[in-house]
Write a protein that binds this ligand. Sequence first.
Ligand SMILES: Cc1cc2nc3c(=O)[nH]c(=O)nc-3n(C[C@H](O)[C@H](O)[C@H](O)COP(=O)(O)OP(=O)(O)OC[C@H]3O[C@@H](n4cnc5c(N)ncnc54)[C@H](O)[C@@H]3O)c2cc1C
Ligand SMILES: *[C@@H]1O[C@H](CO)[C@@H](O)[C@H](O)[C@H]1NC(C)=O
Ligand SMILES: *[C@@H]1O[C@H](CO)[C@@H](O)[C@H](O)[C@H]1NC(C)=O
Length: 337
Amino acid sequence: MQDLNIAVLGAGVIGITTAVELQKQFRNAKINVIADKFGEDTTSAVAAGIFRPGTGFMGPSKDITQKWVNDSYYYWDDIRRSVEGPNAGVAEISGYLFSSEFKEIVKNHYLEKLLPIYRRTTEEELKLCKGDWKYGTFFTTVVTQNSYYLPWSTKKFLAAGGNILEKKVNYFSDVANDYNVVVNCTGLGAKALCSDNQLVPIRGQVIKVKAPWIKTFFYGNYDTYILPGLDSVTLGGTRQYESYDKSVNKYDGLSIKERCEEFVPSLRGAEVIAHKVGLRPHRTPVRVEKEVLNLNGNKVNIVHNYGHGGYGVTTAPGTSLYAVGLVKEMLMGNCKL
Ligand SMILES: Cc1cc2nc3c(=O)[nH]c(=O)nc-3n(C[C@H](O)[C@H](O)[C@H](O)COP(=O)(O)OP(=O)(O)OC[C@H]3O[C@@H](n4cnc5c(N)ncnc54)[C@H](O)[C@@H]3O)c2cc1C
Ligand SMILES: *[C@@H]1O[C@H](CO)[C@@H](O)[C@H](O)[C@H]1NC(C)=O
Ligand SMILES: *[C@@H]1O[C@H](CO)[C@@H](O)[C@H](O)[C@H]1NC(C)=O
């Protein structure tokens, strides 16, 4: 058998997690991660990294989506329980989701059966934060801070023999001939690489602050949230549909600060580490699919894994495991082996 060569396009949380899982399944394969941006320069670095799939998050079917969510939770929680937890940036976190108007938005069908601690709030808890809160949910989940996780998993990938290439891939044919399978984890990059009109950005701006006294997460009205990570707290946010603006907007920053400080007044005076903007790669359904492309008579095996929107950290493990399964199917099916 010839050597098995696999390329993973993208080095965000989806690409790196997929690459590490491919290594576990194909021990003798040569695996290359190819990307033009790494670490702090990815969308993944903007995320707070809380495990909480939105109720609208959707894969190809309800069951597959719930399986992605379940697999992801156990994957993150296993890391959290291990000695590697703090190095990987994975920790346990509890907190509240409040609404002053809608009962429905505090209910999460993906989480209610999965998380060991998930319940309606008491009347007393509705008075914990400033605001006129009528409905609420309390739950315990995990948070993955990508400023730890991306370097940690990249190190693991390299130690197991993986390669990293820094390169922008403008055309699929640039890489196609060298690999048995190409896994497409380019996030929003997939929009430019092709004409996937279903993929759209949802712009998010946040402020990362130092506030080690905040130990609990809070979600309130109008995309206002306070999410503690390992050594910073993410204050948000905005959800601007089809906005491609990656620069920090002064007025968004002022609005986030005011909303968060009003919600949790002890945040006043917290030291600002950075203002950040990320474009969530949104697609319904999230695309985890195989495709055989025909490039001038050459058959190329692709597995797509992109379009996770605001929930890519949450669902990276489950979708990556699913993508690895598709890679296996493609390699068994035929191909250039
Ligand atoms: C403000 C904000 C808060 C968020 N909070 C959370 C949260 O709490 N929990 C959660 O689960 N999710 C959260 N998210 C969502 C999460 O950040 C994304 O879903 C996730 O980062 C998507 O990961 P990705 O690997 O697909 O994309 P990216 O991190 O964008 O990585 C894409 C990779 O592909 C590469 N690439 C793209 N095009 C090309 C090309 N042509 N050639 C070569 N390389 C290419 C890039 O260089 C990069 O390495 C948040 C997002 C934002 C913006
Ligand atoms: C997800 O996990 C929950 C809790 O263990 C379980 O009830 C449910 O059947 C699981 N669903 C899937 C699709 O794996
Ligand atoms: C990524 O996915 C898109 C959408 O199908 C496809 O058209 C494009 O060729 C893919 N790019 C790469 C480099 O795999």
